[in-house]
Design a protein around this ligand. Structure first.
Ligand code: KIV
Ligand code: ZN
Length: 519
């Protein structure tokens, strides 16, 4: 295949993905994720929206310094302040790109922008020209492109190209399009927009009708050569096109999709696991490509077929997406070398110090459990990576001690010691159960006004000695955060998850306080 058949992967996990309720990431978490995305081999990382807050600006400028191979992208509306802030955040980047957007559809022009067509074209011309004066690579997006009149969309893109845009993005912002329509739109633009031959056309599909991946693939067939999306399909509302699904469809179906990407597919599973660990949002068990059941065969007929020839029911090899096939289970007699091999087989690279700390926690866990499974080790490693990255970052709330009592004849009671904004406090409280007693006590101690939206507990592996992973989503005003905690004791896991979510809300509040988008 020639370079013309290459589909560039533009990852927006850190920007559009982070806009999903409960998926907000800290500065350090974004950095960790950006390094993983570079290992995954995506072509572009949309690192944030620098005008949105100090934190977004810092994250983009730090990612620029850390990540060298991919293009690093900063988002901006068509106004001067946004573009200048994006350009500042991208200073020193190996391959900077400013991504300018404005809505073009009739409903957005009227209800949101209060601009007529001529005013929108004026905004595009001046914004793209300004962005181009800072960086050589400018992407222009027509927000709500799929609900825009085709002839006006053509004009808008011609204006962007004439002003210096090198990438033309065609967002299905509200996830309204269907594959054949989207393919035709891209083909129409490629054939009719003056200057189309000199730019890269891009898809950006949302999943409101569950068609984001199908529409993205249809867009490639229509002539787009950049696909925007996020790992695990996270993003506004129902999310974005899932990068792992697009990449694997292209890889597996070369017969009908004769294209290729530069993604190292063996990093797909580690990257998705890391994202899930960071956001606290569990990967659904039936999630395509990376869900726990994606390669599990339950029906007898299927098991029989797979045993005779794996290709009867498996279209891909789990190893090709980085799912560890090595069933070696570690235990308390396993040494550091075996642990290191296992971790490297999972696609993680640790420093000697990090490995030393993981090994210490692994030994402690192996003392509590007979067997330590791959999922346990993944949790230890990703927690260590997050911990190492958060070193020095002050958490508002830290759990120091927890004791809970309950039983058929006693009232569930929790005694909690915590550091609350640096001050050590101890309190006890009652509840309807042990988790309720713990949460009520913690809530009183930190003085939170948040409500619990979702509480979910899963065992990482089988067995009554399995580690429990608790995922908790809380909401305070317009901020939603998801926290995660893992422990062999599920009450401890519950407390850790809740405190993790409370810390995230604190950071979001601080971030919002400095954001010009949220006055
Ligand atoms: O969905 C959308 O239209 C966007 C743009 C900013 C590209 O995210
Ligand atoms: Zn979007």
């Amino acid at each position: 295949m020639s370079e013309q058949d290459r589909v560039y992967i533009f990852d927006t996990t850190l920007r559009d993905g982070e806009q999903s309720p409960g998926a907000s990431m800290t500065f350090q978490e974004k950095l960790l994720m950006a390094r993983k995305l570079e290992e995954l081999g995506v072509d572009c990382i949309e690192a944030g929206f620098p005008i949105a807050s100090e934190g977004d600006f810092e994250a983009v400028s730090k990612i620029v310094r850390e990540v060298k191979a991919p293009v690093v992208v900063g988002l901006a509306r068509t106004n001067r302040a946004d573009i200048e802030q994006a350009a500042r955040a991208l200073e020193g980047a190996n391959r900077p790109r400013v991504h300018v957007f404005i809505a073009t559809s009739p409903i957005h022009r009227k209800a949101k922008l209060n601009k007529d067509k001529a005013q929108v074209l004026e905004a595009i011309a001046s914004a793209v020209t300004l962005a181009k004066s800072y960086v050589g690579d400018v992407e222009f997006s027509a927000e709500d492109a799929t609900r825009t009149e085709w002839d006006f969309l053509k004009e808008a893109f011609e204006c962007a190209i004439a002003s210096g845009a090198s990438v033309i993005n065609v967002p299905d912002t509200v996830g309204y399009s269907v594959p054949e329509e989207y393919r035709s739109l891209i083909a129409y633009l490629k054939a009719n927009v003056n200057g189309a031959g000199g730019v890269l056309f891009s898809t950006h599909c949302h999943d409101d009708l569950g068609l984001a991946v199908s529409n993205s693939l249809a867009g490639i067939l229509g002539g787009a050569r950049q696909v925007e999306g996020a790992l695990l399909g996270i993003g506004e509302r129902a999310g974005n096109a899932s990068i792992e699904e697009v990449v694997m469809a292209v890889k597996m179906r070369g017969d009908v999709l004769p294209f290729f990407t530069g993604v190292n597919t063996c990093q797909i599973y580690p990257a998705c696991k890391l994202l899930s660990q960071i956001t606290g949002i569990p990967i659904p068990i039936n999630k395509s490509i990376v869900g726990a059941n994606a390669f599990a065969h339950e029906a007898g007929i299927h098991q029989d077929g797979v045993l005779k020839d794996v290709l009867t029911y498996e279209i891909m090899n789990p190893a090709d997406v980085g799912i560890p096939g090595n069933a070696l289970i570690l235990g308390k007699h396993s040494g550091r070398h075996a642990l290191k091999n296992k971790i490297e087989g999972m696609g993680f690279r640790l420093t000697d110090d990090e490995l030393g700390r993981v090994f210490k926690r692994f030994k402690a866990l192996a003392d509590e459990k007979k067997q330590v499974f791959d999922e346990d080790i993944e949790t230890l490693v990703t927690e260590e990576l997050r911990r190492a990255d958060q070193e020095g970052a002050e958490e508002a709330f830290v759990l120091k001690y927890l004791q809970v009592t309950s039983g058929s004849m006693s009232i569930p009671t929790a005694t909690v010691t915590m550091a609350v904004r640096g001050e050590e406090r101890r309190e006890a409280g009652f509840g309807d159960g042990m988790v309720d007693a713990t949460y009520k006590t913690i809530a009183r101690m930190v003085g939170t006004g948040s409500e619990l939206v979702r509480y979910q507990v899963n065992a990482i592996t089988g067995g009554t000695d399995a580690q429990g992973v608790v995922s908790v989503t809380i909401k305070e005003g317009s901020s939603t955060a998801t926290g995660k905690g893992a422990h062999t004791d599920i009450i401890m896991a519950s407390a850790l998850a809740y405190i993790n979510a409370l810390n995230r809300i604190e950071r979001m509040k601080a971030r919002k306080a400095t954001s010009p988008l949220n006055p």
